[in-house]
Ligand binder design. Sequence first.
Ligand code: 2IO
Length: 411
Amino acid sequence: MHDPRFSVLSEDFAAAPHRYYSRLREHAPVHHEPAADSWFLSRYRDVRRVLTDHEAFTTETLQVRAEPVMRGPVLAQMTGAEHTAKRKIVVRGFTGQVLQDQTRVIRANAAELLAPLLAQGRMDLVNDFGKPFAVRVTLDVLGLDKEDWRQVTAWLAGVGEFITSIGLTPERRRHCLDCAEALEGYLVPAIEQRRRHPGEDLISLLSTTAFDGVTMTTREVTALVVNVLVAAVEPADKTLGLLFKHLIDHPEQLAQVRRDPALLSAAIAETLRYTPPVQLIPRRAERDSEFDGGVVPAGATVFCMVGAANRDPEAFTAPDTFDIHRQDLGTARSFTAAAQHLAFGTGLHQCVGAAFARAEIETVAALLLPQLDGVRLRPGFAYREAGLYTRGPVALPLDFTPVPEPVAALR
Ligand code: 2IO
């Protein structure tokens, strides 16, 4: 039986959410959380409905959950013609030739950071590589100074905490807002400068591209740049860590991917299904909405539990098995609007950076995998994941055969 005192805000749930997914889907698919005054939906069908019924469920939640730290309205909040035009500008910033150029930046940054780590024969994939890499590469793509990465990382932690917290103390809230103001103070002069003298970078492109006669104001570009920073940084080290954890846990699949790099996109897509790094997507119910299992009242905050939906047996066979060969994933579509898994959301606001995310993880994994002979988790290491909203390994210390000439190997 489902325990009525069960809470997604409990320590038990935080320790291993996937243990509770089937119980939630079966016994409490519309789970109310009084302390957060929110409803949590766990069935694939319900999550899909909420993310695609844009009349009944809106992104108004972002006005309080994101706008204060984004320093302006973000794309996901917008609707109608304004949203369509501005989304096109952002899509332009992450596709085609622009993405090709970004992929070269990704590769160069990854190679530079990996060389000394490969020579050592050991690295913490999350903390030695993933975190600094994600921030540096994003700054580089935006046309900012990647040597600022430590400072930017600290500010982004505050911005991310604000967006991903369920219930912040007034002190933490103040700290997060201070971080956001400092980050804004750092970004605005750079954005104004690119507006006057555009270069080849993403900030210049976002500041100067027009669609249907629409361009973005400095305030909108600032919000978008903060959004790009958080969205490109927060889930990146987690996805990379999760991919390698799953492959190491499944040595036969690791061997297959090392032998045939064409399997890599399937391994990444399956990682996104099995353990989406963004576990929750919030919406506001605009009217009373009936689900099998309960009614969500008008005005309520609804959290779509992407992790639970991605393991719904109604959507995927043997959902709790990590299988890069599964037939029901549709790997080729996994980074597009037709994706089966919900890691990038779905509907009008589906992740606009999915192709960039794919390029980033694929490029890094393709550089790393051939070099990691005998890779294993450091003996004695107690693996642990953290996070309710975004979730991933707190660390992933790997041991492997040292690479004698890492620079040559990465070319
Ligand atoms: C504030 C949660 C890190 C996004 C939102 C507009 C952010 C938006 C997401 C992801 C990841 C963040 N939502 N990326 O879930 O841009």
